[in-house]
Design a protein around this ligand. Structure first.
Ligand code: PGA
Length: 257
């Protein structure tokens, strides 16, 4: 069974003080019973990682800690960058790689994604690899070929246990921050295509790889998305900034009962 993973991508939001207040609020809304069924990961900006780590470690509840990016080298003359080893030392267990905003604004390519995925895995950090099509690509009928290329190139050379540990997030670019999520059926169809692309990398583990949906996920649409057979969680932007709303997403199972 694939354990669902719900991750909060705060993007460039929240100071370290706001981050601590969020974790304190969240721990009153999501308990150990929920965390048995769902992995919950918080990805703050770098400046709040240490504070969130301290808050998470002290409550022992089991929230995961993630970064929003990393560099592929261990150390060196890369001004402004942070390595997987530095993150691991802060108990960071996950790192978002290749988010469409990084591809669009910061020149991220499938090639740099691949280097970052390898660096993360080598440091025992689970990469959350983002793929997805633009509106023009969707309208031109290129969704499948786009995500398949992103998987083939971004995860090139990753197989076995390392592939099994990797999380993929399908995020149609037109659904990010727009309030307009993909329909559960459309998301399922593309995610099934992603799983088949993963099986070209390693047939044996494709069924075990967790694939999230991302793009305007809210507490009101999470249950129908999670009801799809290949959707194993969500990468949540805007709705993850409010502890109450994010908790509603994390508790999708009990909420929908
Ligand atoms: P959104 O962002 O939930 O605000 O649409 C998702 C993401 O970019 O990961």
């Amino acid at each position: 069974m694939r354990k669902p993973v719900i991750a909060a991508n705060w993007k460039m939001n929240k100071t370290h003080v706001e981050a601590i207040l969020f974790v304190e609020a969240l721990r009153n809304l999501v308990d150990a019973e929920h965390l048995d069924k769902v992995e919950v990961v918080i990805c703050p900006p770098f400046t709040a990682i240490r504070s969130v780590q301290t808050a998470i470690d002290s409550d022992g509840l089991g929230f995961g800690l993630g970064a929003q990016d990393l560099h592929w080298e261990e150390s060196g003359a890369y001004t402004g960058e942070v390595s997987a080893q530095m993150l691991r030392k802060l108990h960071v267990g996950y790192a978002i790689v290749g988010h469409s905003e990084r591809r669009q604004h910061f020149g991220e390519t499938n090639e740099t994604v691949n280097k970052k995925v390898k660096a993360a895995l080598a440091a025992d950090v689970v990469p959350i690899v983002c793929v997805g099509e633009s509106l023009e690509e969707r309208e031109a009928g290129d969704t499948e070929s786009k995500v398949k290329t992103q998987i083939a190139e971004g995860l090139e050379g990753i197989k076995g246990d390392r592939l099994e540990a990797t999380i993929v997030a399908y995020e149609p670019i037109w659904a990010i921050g727009t309030g307009k999520n993909a329909s559960p059926e459309d998301a399922q169809e593309t995610i099934a295509a992603i799983r088949s692309a993963i099986s070209s990398l390693d047939k044996k583990v494709a069924a075990k790889v967790r694939i999230q949906y991302g793009g305007s996920v809210k507490s009101s649409n999470i249950a129908e998305l999670m009801a799809q057979p290949d959707i194993d969680g969500a990468l949540v932007g805007g709705a993850s900034l409010d502890a109450g709303e994010f908790a509603g997403i994390c508790r999708f199972e009990t909420e929908s009962e």
